[in-house]
Design a protein around this ligand. Structure first.
Ligand code: FAD
Length: 462
């Protein structure tokens, strides 16, 4: 009898343990569930689709198209797409197809867990089998000797490495596919879509292979440089599971500095997922609850400043370049993410949750765990938090990580006429600011003092 294979954030056929489990290939670690024709399905859930924002929706639409083609290439009738609440749509499809099992990779996010529980209930007698996850080591698996979770990254990294992971699985051969009526692939949103990289598992693997061969060796030295293509830009492919971290880790073996640094960055993604699994409320709420008492700016001026930040009009070139890169590409360099987040929290004194929501709306790689915890790290209330009193200076940061100003000039056309590093402080130009580029909306040195004073007051109050 038919088995549904429900794709969520694992839009690939290679190294897909749930596909092996559904097809009953007997591959290691995929259980013995028998076997049967596989009916591949994706449910467009309005709860996730509506708030995803144009970049993530467009990317997902493209990635689903690529998955559909890959399935057809394997002899399937294509991806069945249904629209609505999964706990209504899946039981309906299971009944239509007379499916005996539903298979998926496990989801560890707070919404995914609740949704999966209600899908399981709604399926009644039909088992909902979860095999594999979007991580090399599933959240919750790496614990201290006493069974409690790690709260700091470095010991987590050690234990995660020691835990290890299995080898990647191939695309199974000779799978029998079932088909059903489909609501059709979702349309890409027609406005506000940034320039996005090619989507799909094939593009993801090609992209990884090119980085592995040309970028990995220098990754440790160059990853922080905003002006150079020093990082992998794999985040959107990992977000949608077009490539599994296991595949990457299997090809990133060895002690070389670039490979080691890259593995540890992948481990940050796993660490944040683990933290969110243990503390699901930390996706929206302060991990360090003392910070709840911190006063934040509100009112008309704060709204104007937020708009200036969002649109890249703060008068600080590095911040503006980052915010405009986000709008143009649905991606921002990690170093710049830290600087713009610090600017919102510590120069504009606004809550990290507000910035995190904007990022989630704009990022193609928007990932609830990495985003919320990246923001909390910068705001000083997260795991391993940068101490609150370390306030990023947007000018020093730009001089260091965009030494000749190429990154700023790429994203801020008003500043293109300014050569070299002078672009980082256009207010010092003897001819004044170039036409169209704004004055600084705040004075960094002053706002730093304000942030520190509020921080001291909060600590004394707690
Ligand atoms: P690389 O440097 O090539 O790293 C390889 C992979 O490791 C990344 O693709 C990513 O999967 C993982 N990784 C690297 N750094 C981190 C990190 N600090 N935390 C978690 N995973 C990491 N990453 C997201 O994937 N989605 C988000 O929504 C997100 N929001 C962030 C918000 C803030 C405020 C900050 C400071 C960081 C955020 N990050 C997020 C982490 C990081 O900025 C991106 O993963 C990285 O910039 C992606 O580019 P890359 O693929 O070239 O990274």
């Amino acid at each position: 009898a038919v088995r549904l294979l429900w794709f969520r954030r694992d839009l690939r056929l290679a190294d897909n343990p749930a596909l092996h489990a559904a097809a009953g290939t007997g591959a290691p670690g995929t259980g013995d569930h028998g076997g049967g024709p596989v009916l591949p399905v994706f449910v467009v859930d309005p709860v996730l689709w509506e708030p995803a924002g144009p970049a993530r929706r467009a990317y997902l639409a493209r990635s689903l198209r690529a998955l559909d083609e890959a399935l057809r290439g394997q002899g399937s009738g294509g991806l069945v797409v249904r629209y609505g609440d999964p706990s209504t749509e899946l039981p309906r499809l299971a009944a239509e197809a007379r499916a005996e099992q539903v298979h998926a990779a496990a989801d560890f996010g707070p919404y995914g867990r609740t949704r999966d529980d209600s899908v399981q209930r709604a399926l009644g007698e039909v088992p909902f089998v979860r095999t594999g996850s979007p991580y090399a080591v599933a959240p919750g698996r790496v614990t201290k000797g006493d069974g409690t979770p790690y709260r700091v990254f470095t010991p987590f990294l050690r234990a995660w490495t020691d835990h290890g992971w299995r080898d990647p699985l191939p695309v199974p051969e000779g799978v029998a596919w079932a088909s059903a009526s489909s609501g059709g692939l979702p349309e890409e949103p027609d406005s506000g879509v940034p320039q996005l990289p090619p989507a799909g598992a094939e593009a993801a693997y090609d992209h990884w292979a090119a980085f592995r061969d040309n970028g990995l060796a220098d990754y440790a030295q160059l990853r922080d440089r905003a002006d150079l293509p020093g990082s992998s830009r794999l985040s959107v492919h990992l977000k949608f599971g077009e490539i599994h971290p296991r595949t990457i880790l299997a090809e990133t073996d060895g002690p070389a500095a670039g490979a080691a640094k890259f593995r540890s960055e992948l481990a940050w993604r796993e660490f944040y997922a683990d933290v969110l699994w243990h503390r699901p409320e930390s996706g929206r709420d302060y991990l360090d609850t003392r910070f709840k008492t911190m006063p934040y700016d509100q009112g008309a001026d704060a709204e104007e400043e937020f708009d200036a930040w969002r649109e890249g009009r703060t008068g600080y070139p590095f911040v503006d370049a980052g915010m405009r890169q986000l709008l143009a590409e649905g991606w921002m360099h990690n170093r710049v993410r830290m600087v713009v987040a610090s600017f919102l929290v510590k120069d504009l004194h606004q809550e990290w949750t507000r910035g995190a929501r904007h990022f989630m709306h704009r990022l193609a790689d928007g990932d609830f765990a990495s985003n919320s915890h990246g923001w909390q790290w910068v705001a000083g209330c997260g795991t391993d938090a940068a101490p609150y009193f370390r306030v990023f200076n947007p000018v020093t940061q730009s001089r260091k990580f965009d030494p000749d100003g190429d990154y700023v000039r790429k994203y801020v056309p008003e500043l293109r006429g300014i050569p070299g590093a002078a672009v980082h402080e256009p207010w010092k130009l003897k001819d004044g600011l170039p036409t169209g580029y704004p004055e600084r909306i705040v004075d960094h040195a002053e706002e730093r003092e304000v942030a520190l004073a509020r921080y001291s007051a909060m600590r004394e109050g707690s």
